[in-house]
Design a protein around this ligand. Structure first.
Ligand code: UTP
Length: 241
């Protein structure tokens, strides 16, 4: 008899996977019993951190919008409003870090820094980087630096649709699409980029670096868990290969 360790082989198949999770601020801090959700999210992440190497990029949500609107009323320019937004994303990143049990005084400020700090078993959390894009784009930059297998976009919709399902009853849910097809959607809606399915810059980076994107309802922790682990999940898989 050979001494091949067959037992447990299956659970080790994805052990080297690297995954970047982009968590929208609207998921993290909608103002609806947020500590309960964040604490459950942290528990779920801690439960799988030895199976996949995880980096997380947090969005700004309501907090970012509040600062952007108030800053605008005070005469702030686009650059200044972006800087305020980045501040909100970093605050959210600290909040999630706190729930994970290790809140730094400052979260990583660049994709490179997160990639440098990332290691198996350790979850690195960051927010935005510099003005001009959103945290979805940052997630693809981190994935590029880490040579990650996929970006999981934990968002407030459960999938990509052919049209806005709130406005169009005939809108169809898309389970699989190519990165070019996602590009067709996001480049068209660029003017309304604030509510875009995914940051157009992020789509470009994902396409150029063959990074797959999984769109999943971030409030559904079981589906989010499956998407992070690379298992079949309910949502949209965007293939970049
Ligand atoms: P978000 O990533 O949360 O933007 O960053 P968003 O996609 O517009 O928000 P959601 O997902 O709908 O909640 C908040 C804001 O911070 C600035 C941008 O102005 C962005 O809209 N930001 C963020 C940057 O300028 N650079 C970054 O790297 C990140």
């Amino acid at each position: 008899m050979g001494s091949y360790p067959t037992c447990g082989y299956k659970s080790q198949v994805n052990s080297t996977d690297k995954v970047v999770v982009s968590i929208g601020g609207s998921i993290l801090v909608p103002g609806d019993n947020d500590s309960e959700y964040i604490s459950k999210l942290a528990e779920m992440l801690k439960g799988i951190r030895d199976e996949v190497q995880i980096a997380i990029v947090c969005g700004g949500g309501k907090t970012a919008r509040y600062y952007a609107e108030t800053g605008k009323a005070l005469g702030g320019d686009t650059y200044q409003l972006d800087v305020l937004g980045i501040g909100a994303t970093r605050l959210n990143a600290q909040l999630l870090s706190l729930a994970l049990g290790d809140m730094p005084d400052e979260v990583p400020r660049s994709a490179e820094e997160t990639a440098r700090r990332s290691q198996p078993g350790k979850i690195v959390v960051m927010g935005g980087t510099f003005p001009g894009h959103t945290t979805d784009a940052v997630a693809t930059m981190v994935a590029r630096e880490m040579e990650a297998d996929r970006v999981v976009n934990a968002t407030s919709v459960d999938a990509v649709y052919t049209d806005d399902p709130r406005k169009n009853k005939d809108a169809k849910r898309i389970e699989k699409m190519t990165i070019a097809e996602l590009g067709d959607i996001v480049y068209k809606e660029h003017d309304a980029s604030k509510s875009s399915v995914f940051d157009p810059l992020g789509v470009k980076i994902a396409a150029a670096n063959k990074i797959d994107i999984m769109m999943v309802d971030g409030r559904n922790l079981e589906e989010l868990r499956k998407a992070i682990l690379g298992q079949p999940f309910s949502g949209t898989t965007v293939n970049s290969h």
